[in-house]
Write a protein that binds this ligand. Structure first.
Ligand SMILES: Cc1cc2nc3c(=O)[nH]c(=O)nc-3n(C[C@H](O)[C@H](O)[C@H](O)COP(=O)(O)OP(=O)(O)OC[C@H]3O[C@@H](n4cnc5c(N)ncnc54)[C@H](O)[C@@H]3O)c2cc1C
Length: 535
């Protein structure tokens, strides 16, 4: 084992919370080590609904969370302009819904008071005819609707932008690096023991260790003998590789819960369930009856839903704070910063609970606690400091595309991921040849991701640049991508095939619950193609 490195702070967990904390502390001038056992944003953050929202639902039972997350969403959308986009909802009302149109509009009138905090527009009330005109897919039974505006974001890119900025300010950030134990001096926590991506064990000393491990928080605090109680709740989504509606739409499920169909830039998420979870956090499966629960709810408001072909599902576990008795979806999304000194674990700080939409605020409060412990005085600047690629205004995408020789859609996607740094990506490497016919990713971006964005596998490339996220689900592009990334990382021919096969196998679990007949046929074809090419 090599000699331990030394840092002011070690942050465990590279989801949005840990990445936000690493950025905040680095900008305050502390030396930071950030460790993530998988890839950046591959935990709960990547399985979210991709929304920076205020949560009108919480108004009924947790008013303050709506206020805080709306306020923080306002900061996030101004520091991450290239990554965010407006998501317009229609909330249809059907006879016998738990909320009639008057009640729904009253709720929206209250939510409107918060909307300016996140630069969103107030609601509009629609008649049934107006609603169906705007969204022809709506059921003929709809009796009225209200609109609502939220923000969408690619959570993987949001996490990575925070990691990038932390590194630009001196942090060391390692993905595929698992913390296996905490170093102790008596009761005091003085660092971490970790296994790196090459399998080697190392130690790092830190004056404070921050536990930002999302649903894994209790496992990390348990390493220091401290208990944190969560009530983890599983949520799944069905993913369609294109837009299936003009608007995002809400629906009431059979048990009265609110579900959402969210139209993102080039794909649609249908979700989400919210169920107490007692299983293995590293292996969260999607069940076919969960898929049916979602489809049943949406069929009522959007009757053609079953005719669209999903490409995969996602599953994640919310790190919700513990509370006895309440139904899962009525649990507060509050968060708690815990200094474990009174538990006999001086030097360990945990951040638990919360939401993606207020990760910046959670990071600020956690960093305040860390700075107080270290006697370090420096203000938080993350509410106003732009994330990388947001320092200047973007050139219009069509002009950027023409100038760099890539199609307009590829230019839009590139700018949404890299902001004003898109220029560097396309200029420095290959020309703008496309990797896939259905998802506009350039070879240049893949090369850049392998060289500069810690991509070590095709699954990492899926998160970093959206590889295989389109309708082909990888059938048309994983081998080519394995060739491009493999060249950068020095993979042999057989390692490239293995990488492609590993990706297909990994994607399989998420796809199986939504495969219809044509899906199974496509799956067989893809598996056969890989087998054939390998032999
Ligand atoms: C289905 C679903 C939909 C959601 N939708 C939204 C939404 O639209 N908007 C919103 O605001 N919120 C949403 N949420 C909530 C939000 O996603 C989470 O609150 C947030 O992403 C949690 O981020 P985190 O960084 O705390 O946890 P995570 O993203 O889980 O990050 C923790 C990280 O710690 C790492 N880790 C664990 N153990 C170790 C170890 N030993 N060593 C190193 N690393 C380790 C994990 O690999 C993981 O990447 C949703 C949640 C779910 C489940």
């Amino acid at each position: 084992m090599s000699a331990p490195s030394a840092h002011d702070v070690c942050v465990i967990g590279g989801g949005v919370t840990g990445a936000g904390i690493a950025r905040d502390l680095s900008l305050r001038g502390l030396s930071v080590l950030l460790l993530e056992k998988g890839d950046w944003g591959a935990g709960t953050t990547g399985s979210s609904s991709w929304m920076i929202h205020g949560g009108p639902r919480y108004l009924e039972f947790d008013w303050n969370t709506t206020r805080l997350s709306t306020q923080d969403a306002g900061y996030i959308v101004s520091i991450a302009r290239n990554m965010v986009y407006r998501v317009a909802f229609i909330i249809p009302v059907l006879p016998h819904d738990k909320n009639n149109i008057e009640r729904m509009e009253t709720a929206m009138e209250v939510y409107d008071r918060f909307q300016p905090l996140k630069k969103a527009h107030p609601h509009v009330r629609l008649t049934a005819e107006e609603a169906r005109q705007a969204e022809p897919g709506l059921s003929a039974d709809v009796i009225g609707a209200v609109t609502m505006e939220e923000w969408g974001v690619d959570p993987h890119r949001l996490v990575f932008a925070n990691v990038q900025d932390a590194m630009a300010h001196g942090a060391r950030a390692l993905n595929h690096t698992r913390v296996v134990d905490l170093l102790r001096d008596g009761g005091k926590v003085i660092g971490v023991r970790y296994r790196g991506s090459d399998g080697a064990m190392s130690e790092a000393r830190a004056r404070v260790v921050v536990n930002a491990a999302g649903p894994w928080v209790p496992e990390i605090s348990g390493m220091a003998g401290a208990q944190v109680h969560l009530r983890p709740a599983k949520g799944i989504h069905i993913v369609y590789p294109h837009r299936i509606s003009n608007f995002s739409i809400s629906a009431e499920s059979i048990d009265g819960r609110d579900l959402l169909l969210v139209s993102h830039a080039g794909f649609t998420l249908l979700g989400t369930t919210d169920d107490d979870f007692y299983g293995d956090l590293d292996s969260v499966d999607v069940l076919e009856d969960e898929v049916d629960y979602l489809l049943q709810a949406f069929e009522r408001v959007f009757p053609s839903i079953r005719s669209y072909r999903p490409v995969r599902t996602t599953a994640g576990v919310r790190p919700t704070l513990f509370k006895w008795r309440r139904y899962e979806d009525e649990l507060s999304r509050r968060y708690q910063v815990i200094d474990h000194a009174p538990d006999g674990a001086e030097g360990l700080v945990t951040i638990a609970g919360g939401k993606l939409s207020m990760y910046r605020l959670m990071a600020e409060e956690t960093s305040d606690v860390v700075c107080r412990k270290l006697g370090h005085e420096a203000p938080c600047v993350t509410a106003t400091s732009p994330l990388p690629g947001n320092e200047s205004d973007l050139e219009p995408a069509d002009a950027f595309g023409r100038r760099t020789g890539i199609p307009a859609l590829a230019a839009i996607r590139l700018q949404s991921r890299h902001g004003s740094n898109a220029e560097v990506v396309i200029k420095a490497e290959y020309p703008g040849r496309m990797v896939c016919r259905c998802e506009p990713i350039t070879e240049a971006e893949l090369v850049h991701a392998a060289r500069h964005e810690q991509v070590r596998s095709l699954a990492d490339a899926f998160r970093r640049v959206g590889l295989a996220a389109g309708p082909c689900a990888g059938t048309g592009c994983v081998l080519r991508a394995a060739g491009i990334i493999g060249t950068e990382l020095g993979w042999s021919a057989s390692q490239r095939f293995d990488a492609a096969r590993e990706f297909v196998r990994g994607a399989w679990l998420g796809r199986a619950p939504v495969l219809g007949h044509s899906g199974w046929a496509q799956e067989e074809l893809a598996a056969g193609a890989l087998r054939g090419l390998r032999n």
